[in-house]
Ligand binder design. Sequence first.
Ligand code: PBG
Ligand code: ZN
Length: 322
Amino acid sequence: MLQRPRRLRKNAIVREMVAETKLSKDMFIYPYFVVNGKNVVHPIAAMPGINHYSVDELLKDVEKGLKSGINKIILFGVGESKTEDASSSFSDNAIVVKAVRALKEKFGEQLYVITDICVCAYTTHGHCGIIHNEYVHNDDSVKVLAQMALAHAQAGVDMVAPSDMMDGRILAMRELLDKNGFENTAIMSYSIKYASAYYGPFREAADSAPQKGDRKSYQMDFRNGNESLTEGLLDEAEGADVLMVKPALAYMDVIFNLRKNTLLPIACYNVSGEYSMVKAAAANGWIDEQKIVMENMYAFARAGANLIITYHTKDILERDWI
Ligand code: PBG
Ligand code: ZN
């Protein structure tokens, strides 16, 4: 027999030698939910190990994480006052703005801070934009989202990550940031974001579920694969620095296809529902948590993801799972 692929699987050394996919600690981004108050570390029931943090506690937790190399985080603000016009989203007093300032003051360039840009946690109706006549109005929403990005940039954020799925928001944000002297603030676009039931636990954590209807008039239809390239390439043309695919587990074909069609770094978001499923099965003793988590992470990298946003980051880095 000429071909015996098993030859290169004979022992651990040779398997390591020919392993096509490697993971590094630098690939992982850890999400945090920030709330007002002091001394708050409040567990999120459906996401074991994930908490709401007040800024003082966030600083302590980040300091601890930095010791194991958790030096890239993405922030979500929770509990802000909700209005029709989402004005609390770009307020100088917004909890995310305060958190960014405090983090940058304490950790400077040691920590790379990313913020989620979306208004669903700041609107009375819980949609990701401004509503006119029962429709999420694209261009008016874009204006607010760009203001939110600018407020975060002024607080010192390194990268903004718009997750709203309005058309044209990347260009609007890029222009507003540049006009105000923030040409070095990067944009990671949630370019390819599907309307997904996998966001369930997050919406409880962020108190951002739509009061009425769903997000299908702006997030993508999960039956569509080709359309993901339209979205990704548009954002690239509008000036995005990093493209993201979300969710991750059920969408690896999308990551793979995007990898073939862009030279930009690709991030994937291993979302709340994906995390909760693994945690629940592990808590029941039905799966081996470490093995399942790492199999998923290698699969994301194999599909073509350069960056992985995951709630498992702490376990992976602190417990040396790589
Ligand atoms: C806000 C936003 C959502 C997530 C990230 N940013 C929820 C949504 O779009 O409904 C989901 C993250 C997760 O499930 O972990 N637009
Ligand atoms: Zn939203």
